[in-house]
Ligand binder design. Structure first.
Ligand code: PEP
Length: 248
């Protein structure tokens, strides 16, 4: 059985004052039936990890190297030292804003796994790619290129995030989500074997809200969500966590 995961990506949002949202979230879910992870900006990882109680804290990116002359960058082992247990990698905003390639995302994921952290690797198609009926080809290429060898259900989570659904309020149909998640599962089983392939958790991300979460969580091979905007407040994220608990 894969334990469900509700993950929040705060992106470049949040100051010390936002930590009260974590305290509230933790108070609402002292012993949740699913894993809860919040990935705040790097500036908040340490204080968040000290106040989040049962909620795990993650990061949104890291460098490929463990240490060295890389001004402004942070390594996976430094994030671990700061209190992170997971790192989001290859988010479409990083692929677009920073030109991150599959090779770079794979190297980052490897460094995260070597540091003993959970790599949450994001994949997803653009609207033009979907309209051209290239979605599965694109996702297949991203999976092959951005996931390193040695992945297991303990060190890897894959997040399917159609780019056109992120922050837009647009959501694929449940059939479209199911088709891609089933495809990702099959690809993981083919590459890593059935045991490992079946143990990796698959998250859906893209405009998940309290109102649509339960329907999405009922889709085959959806093991949780990666949530942006609706993870910023406990009032929005808590009902999503409850919907996932109900599906667990
Ligand atoms: C995300 O940033 O990963 C995301 C899914 O954002 P939103 O939930 O706001 O669409």
């Amino acid at each position: 059985m894969r334990r469900k995961l509700a993950a929040g990506n705060w992106k470049m949002n949040g100051t010390q004052a936002s930590l009260s949202e974590l305290t509230t979230l933790a108070a609402h879910h002292p012993s949740a039936a699913c894993d809860i992870l919040i990935c705040p900006p790097a500036t908040l990882i340490t204080p968040a990890s000290q106040t989040a109680g049962p909620i795990a804290i993650g990061a949104q990116d890291c460098h490929t190297a463990d240490k060295g002359a890389h001004t402004g960058d942070i390594s996976a082992s430094m994030l671990k030292d700061a209190g992170a247990s997971a790192v989001i990698l290859g988010h479409s905003e990083r692929r677009e804003d920073h030109g991150e390639s599959e090779d770079l995302v794979r190297a980052k994921a490897r460094s995260v796994m070597e540091a003993g952290l959970l790599a949450i690797v994001c994949v997803g198609e653009s609207l033009a790619e979907r309209d051209a009926q290239n979605t599965l080809d694109i996702i297949g290429g991203q999976l092959a290129g951005s996931i390193p060898d040695g992945a297991t259900g303990h060190n890897l989570v894959v997040a399917y995030e159609p780019i056109w659904a992120i922050g837009t309020g647009k959501v694929p149909t449940l059939d479209q989500i199911g088709e891609v998640h089933d495809f990702i599962r099959a690809r993981l089983e083919r590459r890593f074997g059935q045991g490992v392939g079946r143990s990796v958790r698959l998250l859906y991300g893209g405009s998940v809200k309290p109102g649509n979460a339960a329907d999405i969580f009922a889709v085959s091979n959806v093991d949780g969500a990666l949530v942006g905007g609706a993870s910023l407040t406990a009032a929005d994220f808590s009902p999503i966590v409850r919907a996932l608990e109900a599906a667990s």
